[in-house]
Design a protein around this ligand. Structure first.
Ligand SMILES: Nc1ncnc2c1ncn2[C@@H]1O[C@H](COP(=O)(O)OP(=O)(O)O)[C@@H](O)[C@H]1O
Ligand SMILES: N[C@@H](CCOP(=O)(O)O)C(=O)O
Length: 361
């Protein structure tokens, strides 16, 4: 049988954009790639993995030194196994190799886990030739990463707003099942044979907004990692009406303001203010309060707005020019707190996740 080769590409993403906590996400042109081969002739070489998948990362990949390579421990392949097992397929086909090229820094607020989950679901769909639509694949993603902002942007591309529909009590029970019962756990080589829960249908709803292409994304990336779970852990369980209204007003204006030409800093900058997550996350990111207060369109021409990217610690600055000046100012402010940073200038990724297929004769 001819070997199958395909490449899965999934963009990074920046969630929230200030007021849109767990709602807004923008896909960024920085791509996680899986280079996949299924070649039965390679079977012997992949059998050392309990699920027949030889996994590798390019040496320069983010996370190459730390992520697990066993298929039932790595987030990408665990996710693919979840999708396959929901269809009654227990393992990868004999002779599966997955080579990962990952430029998305881990634990920095640029959607690395969202990209890994989307890539894993697409891998399961492609390997199992399941023919799932992107909308259905989102359901599988939402069983694992349970906020929709990053994964919607990563799967669909562009600038998205999303929510989770009201679920019936039975659907809630299925969706809120502990993650350990969704993803396969490292099993020491033995498959327990458990069938994981199928996701309810059409859990996530989304729209794509326009995005003025003159608006570029400047990501200033601190060297330290902050897990999304920890960064969610500092948020309160309840908010005042004033704080919720503050965010809702800005959210409504921001989604339109980012489409307008020319972009208006006097609208975008205040519309990117937030009272739901950033104030609470300042204790986790030294220098965040100073950066958010001091770097403004008045101090830096071309700057439109500034916020924490996702759960942090990365800062997202939206700008039309002077990208390096803006980035260096933020880098210098973090340096005063002893935090070193790198920066990237990124376009919005319009197309979302894709599979490029080729068949070898
Ligand atoms: N390419 C990848 N391969 C394997 N695991 C990954 C990959 N990207 C992210 N992860 C997993 O996701 C974790 C980071 O997720 P999270 O804390 O949500 O941060 P982020 O803001 O980058 O999404 C990593 O520690 C790792 O376990
Ligand atoms: N809305 C989430 C977004 C998390 O994004 P990530 O890129 O940090 O995973 C949150 O703010 O917790």
């Amino acid at each position: 049988m001819a070997p199958r080769n395909f490449v899965i590409k999934v963009p990074a993403s920046s969630a929230n954009i200030g007021p849109g906590y767990d709602v807004l996400g923008v896909a960024l042109a920085l791509y996680l790639e899986l280079h996949v081969t299924v070649d039965p002739a390679l079977g012997g070489e992949t059998n050392s993995d309990p699920n027949n998948c030889r996994l590798s990362y390019s040496a320069d990949s983010e996370g190459a030194a730390t992520v697990p390579l066993a298929s039932d421990a790595n987030l990408i392949t665990r996710t693919a196994l979840y999708v396959l097992r929901c269809s009654g397929v227990r393992t990868f086909p004999s002779g599966t190799t997955v080579h990962v090229v990952n430029p998305i820094p881990l634990g920095r607020g640029l959607g690395s886990s969202g990209a890994a989950v989307v890539a894993g679901v697409m891998l399961g769909n492609e390997i199992g030739q399941l023919g799932l639509s992107k909308q259905r694949m989102l359901d599988f993603c939402l069983m694992i990463e349970r906020h929709p902002d990053n994964i919607t942007a990563a799967m669909m591309g562009s600038f998205c707003g999303s929510f989770l529909r009201d679920l019936t009590p039975q659907e809630v029970e299925r969706r809120e099942i502990p993650l350990a019962e969704v993803l396969p756990e490292p099993s020491g080589g033995e498959d327990t044979g458990l069938v994981p829960p199928l996701p309810p249908t059409d859990i996530g709803r989304h729209v794509k907004y326009n995005w003025n292409p003159a608006i570029k994304c400047v990501a200033i990336i601190p060297e330290f990692e902050l897990s999304t779970a920890d960064s969610r852990g500092v948020l309160p369980k309840a908010y005042t009406t004033q704080d919720l209204v503050f965010n809702l007003q800005r959210l409504a204006v921001l989604t339109a303001a980012l489409t307008m030409d020319p972009p208006q800093a006097e609208l975008i900058y205040p519309a990117m203010q937030d009272r739901v997550h950033q104030p609470y996350r300042k204790i986790l990111v030294p220098g965040l309060a100073d950066v958010l207060q001091s770097v403004t369109p008045r101090t830096h021409a071309g700057l439109l707005g500034i916020c924490l990217s996702g759960a942090g610690p990365t800062i997202l600055a939206l700008a039309t020019e002077n990208f390096e000046d803006i980035a260096l100012e933020i880098i210098n402010r973090f340096a005063k707190q002893g935090v070193q940073c790198t920066w990237k200038l990124l376009d919005v990724a319009q197309g979302g996740s894709i599979v490029e297929t080729s068949i070898q004769e």
